[in-house]
Design a protein around this ligand. Structure first.
Ligand code: NI
Length: 170
């Protein structure tokens, strides 16, 4: 297993739309394992392949308190959604930023598991938020895209400035 480098906003490769995984083979399973290791080390509750510069449709997450309920979604699709709820979100690709974002409250998702078998599940609460957030990554979308233009520009300036300072002092 290995830790992968997480791309940070406003990196242009975070905007690439991922393509479906053609076959769940050993290469994909290795990537799934590396995503889990990278996510737990960060630490975070979700990570999409896009964030480690791999543009295939797969994501991992674990929203449990004890971080012992790993879940993997390959070629995920939201097939039903209802309700709306605002939750404070953060993102490993946008460090230090937390904003309230409105998303569907309940979703039904279809995906392939690490074993390549198709499954469907209903999700609500933090799990539903996290699945929607990670699928957005696969579509090249970030949670800050939901903010007003003015707010996003301010955040971007702050983040780019912080990144420059980091590189000067590193
Ligand atoms: Ni994220």
């Amino acid at each position: 297993m290995s830790l992968l480098k997480i791309l940070e906003y406003p990196h242009p490769r975070l905007r690439i739309k991922a393509v479906p995984v053609a076959a769940v083979n050993d290469t994909i399973r290795q990537l799934v394992d590396d995503l889990f290791e990278t996510m737990y080390a960060a630490p975070g509750i979700g990570l999409a392949a896009t964030q480690v510069d791999v543009h295939q449709r797969l994501l991992v997450l674990d929203v449990s308190d004890d971080q012992n309920e790993s879940m993997c979604f390959i070629n995920p699709e939201i097939i039903a959604r209802d309700g709306a709820e605002i939750t404070e979100e953060g993102c490993l690709s946008v460090p230090g930023v937390y904003e309230g974002i409105e998303r569907a409250q309940h979703i039904r998702v279809r995906a392939l598991g690490r074993d390549g078998n198709s499954f469907e599940m209903d999700a609500e609460g933090l799990l539903a938020v996290c699945i929607q957030h990670e699928i957005d990554h696969l579509d090249g979308k970030l949670f800050v895209d939901y903010l007003s233009e003015l707010k996003r520009q301010r955040l971007k300036k702050k983040i780019v400035k912080a990144q420059k300072q980091t590189s000067v002092t590193a």
